[in-house]
Write a protein of this length. Sequence first.
Length: 235
Amino acid sequence: MRNRITATVVAAAASVALLGGSGQALAADTAPAAPSQLTVDAYKTWLKRAPGGGPTLKAFSRLPVVKQRAFVGYLQNARVFKAFGVTQTGAIPSKAKTKTVRYNKDVTFTSTTVAASRTAKSTKTVSLSVTATERIFDIPVTSATTTLSYETGKGGLITGKGRKAGHKGTNFNAAFTVKADATKFAPEANMLDAVTHWTATPRFKSAGTKPIKKLQVLTGLGDHGTATTFRTVGS
């Protein structure tokens, strides 16, 4: 009996070795492949389940069938997402200021910056926000926002106090999962950057096989100006 048990254990170990050295190798080899492409019906189903997807679904459903197909084609076109980028400059304070870059007649990229300042005795608190948005047939698809606030003192110089930065985003592109790393500071001479790295991971073969990495930088130029950029830095 003992010999039979030993033989069984040895045979099992040999099987595992053939599979790549561990039982997990079998699970990895048999994992389901990514779907080949996103369809109009699959996109509608996804929007029904996506939190906050109702307005996008309503706007998408109003499009003619031909435009719906084109829309879904743009969603899973990696070249479009890689091209998604825009730079902008502005003043402090300023109302919402938007710059638009046209990819083609159907797709646009916008950057909207809001800059405010509040004076208290000899200091100012500057609050900045920038949002980059991709639109298809004027329907917002993906947006990325970075925020920054800080204090300035005499001569509009940044004091190093009251620094805060953050980010938020919305994504109604079912072909990619979009996530961001924690927003970080990058101080310079009387300048302060809030830096956010975004990663878009394909969910369909038609959208590619490599993640697309985006960089969003919001720069505060003391108490008088801003500079922003949203661009692709790798894939």
